[in-house]
Design a protein around this ligand. Structure first.
Ligand code: ZN
Length: 419
């Protein structure tokens, strides 16, 4: 293991190493190769998707002289010339990174623009990278306008922001804008596999899937979490160790919740919530995971082939897709997503989570509804839903009867751990 954090040691140094963002890379490499360069670029996108990384590669591409010092501007910086090496090491005098969150005033920008007027000391271009540019004050933006419109030949601006809505249109219209996408889970998993293989760390692919999901589209977060996971797991990065580390739950808990709802078993439903509380799981993440599971179930009901074989929970999704009605899948999904913001209003997260589960039970189509209350519908031995002749009625009444019999298989299944 290297001492450097993975997110730093695996920061891409060239466009070809960059993962995702193909649309941006294509446009930038074309511009560089053809020498048709704009003077100000704006990169937008959430944290950890590569804005600073692309800015550094751009700075190298603009200033690379080739390994022998004779090269011209290129979309493939050599990484060996003084300019490339100094930018990688963060000590190139003509590449200036400024964080607008801490230098947001008009004086900061005025000082920067004054220096921009002078020719670069030992480079083709002075490249200014202003991160979180939306934090600048209005005065600071105004001070920038003129320079941004007609910058000196030797100056390039790279602006980056997580919140483009807050940037004045006068600034936006003077920049070439690129929207960087969040990294999809499969792409993060693929990259983590490569990183861990190179670092000689054993792993389970499912563990990486859980990590990638927790990173929420940010490659940097994914790598930081992987660092943490390697330290935590001490050896092999397993799904169980990752779930313990993140406090996320196994899909088995979620599947148990849905089974209890199908069986109308309120007692077991609350028991699952208690068990999750004892294991200090994040209830907000649980609702998020439950909503994505319900989305997969709803999709499977309409498009069965949307369930991919390599999903660990594929067979359970297929089973639940036949046992829940389409209306139930929709309703449960709606309840899980609308209840998530309410968790912070609840006396505590577990209470909020338990109420969400009871709400799903109470408002199930064909249950005795809101007026009957959750507990009455939970223990009701029969219900209209069970009696409704539908394609799933056979399954559902079977569940209902086995659950009303407390010794039935279904009830046991609901209340025991399912691993
Ligand atoms: Zn170079």
């Amino acid at each position: 293991m290297t001492a450097l954090a993975l997110a730093r040691s695996w920061r891409p140094k060239t466009f070809s190493e960059l993962v995702g963002q193909d649309h941006v890379v294509k446009a930038l490499t074309h511009a560089l190769d053809q020498g048709r360069l704009h003077h100000a670029w704006l990169f937008t996108g959430t944290r950890g998707v590569g804005k600073t990384t692309i800015a550094r590669i751009m700075a190298k591409a603009l200033n690379c002289t080739g390994a022998d010092g004779s090269g011209k501007m290129t979309s493939e910086p050599c990484g060996k010339c003084p300019a490339c090496m100094e930018i990688d090491a963060g000590r190139f005098v003509d590449y200036i990174e400024m964080d607008a969150a801490s230098n947001r005033g008009v004086d900061d920008i005025a000082a920067l623009l004054e220096k921009a007027a002078y020719a670069p000391s030992n480079a083709r271009y002075k490249v200014y990278m202003i991160d979180e540019v939306h934090m600048l004050t209005n005065h600071a933006f105004n001070a920038m306008l003129k320079t941004l419109e007609e910058p000196p030949e030797h100056v390039k601006f790279i602006l980056a922001t997580t919140d483009p809505q807050k940037i004045p249109v006068t600034i936006l219209s003077r920049c070439l804008q690129f929207n960087l996408k969040q990294m999809p889970v499969p792409l993060i998993v693929e990259h983590l596999e490569k990183v861990l293989a190179a670092e000689k760390v054993a792993y389970e692919v499912n563990a990486l899937r859980v990590l990638a999901k927790a990173a929420q589209g940010s490659m940097r977060d994914a790598l930081s979490l992987t660092d943490q996971a390697i330290a935590y797991a001490a050896g092999k990065v397993t799904e169980e160790s990752i779930r313990n580390m993140l406090g996320t739950l196994d899909d088995a808990y979620l599947i148990r919740i849905l089974d209890c709802l199908i069986a109308k078993d309120g007692a077991s439903l609350l028991a699952v919530a208690n068990e999750m509380g004892e294991r200090s799981m994040s209830f907000s993440l649980a609702l998020q995971d439950l909503s994505s599971l319900l989305q997969k179930i709803a999709a499977a009901q309409v498009v069965p082939e949307s369930v991919l074989e390599d999903w660990p929970e594929a067979s359970e999704i297929r089973r639940l897709a036949t046992q829940l009605t389409k209306e139930e899948a929709q309703l449960f999904y709606q309840i899980t997503i609308t209840s998530r913001p309410d968790l912070s209003l609840a006396p505590d997260e577990q209470t909020g989570f338990a109420m969400t589960l009871l709400r799903m039970l109470a408002f199930r189509p064909g249950s005795s509804g809101g007026s009957g209350g959750a507990s009455s519908s939970a223990i009701s031995p029969t219900s209209r839903w069970c009696a409704t002749p539908s394609s799933s009625s056979k399954n559902s009444s079977a569940h209902s009867s086995s659950c009303s019999n407390t010794n039935g298989n279904k009830a046991n299944y609901c209340s025991i751990s399912y691993r």
